[in-house]
Design a protein around this ligand. Sequence first.
Ligand SMILES: NC(=O)c1ccc[n+]([C@@H]2O[C@H](COP(=O)([O-])OP(=O)(O)OC[C@H]3O[C@@H](n4cnc5c(N)ncnc54)[C@H](O)[C@@H]3O)[C@@H](O)[C@H]2O)c1
Length: 163
Amino acid sequence: MRVLLAGGAGYIGSHTAVALVEAGHDAVMLDELSNASATTADRIAQITGTSVPLVVGDAAADAAVVSAFGEHGPFDAIVHLRRSRPSGQSMQMPLQWYANNLRTTWALLRVGLARGSGRFLFSSTGTVYSDPAGTLGPRRVVEARHEAARQCGRRGTLRLRSR
Ligand SMILES: NC(=O)c1ccc[n+]([C@@H]2O[C@H](COP(=O)([O-])OP(=O)(O)OC[C@H]3O[C@@H](n4cnc5c(N)ncnc54)[C@H](O)[C@@H]3O)[C@@H](O)[C@H]2O)c1
């Protein structure tokens, strides 16, 4: 499988790239390097003995995603790992964070679907520290996750098209 990792030069993305290569897949990173270094690609090559290309660009911009597809596609799957920093700002500016996540998701889906990618995985940490009345408490979060997992394909990826 050939996989595009948006935010792929980050912490989780680079480990995902190594795991994919070691499992016999091809990976390509798309990262604007706001919280990562281009040397990540060198380190992945040292660890795996395989070159994992890095496309530098904003995953929320169609042009950057198109460029990644043009240079290294097609991709069987897209993994959305990009995130904004610092995490604490997600509570101070929640709408800005929702918008950032959605812009990237839309760009990856729009371009990916148009170019035949059939699998999309969105990675996000969901942490609940309390259960205040009227909000989604831990139990409801677990139920929501189970429902999301149920709707995902057997490999844990959401199938974008009915076949
Ligand atoms: N770190 C953890 O322990 C952990 C655990 C589980 C899930 N996650 C989730 O995994 C995802 C990645 O987390 P992380 O810890 O690897 O973060 P990270 O900051 O190390 O990696 C995110 C990457 O996204 C890049 N990026 C930011 N904006 C971008 C944009 N517009 N276009 C392209 N690249 C962009 C950054 O340069 C960075 O390399 C997040 O959704 C996070 O919630 C993290």
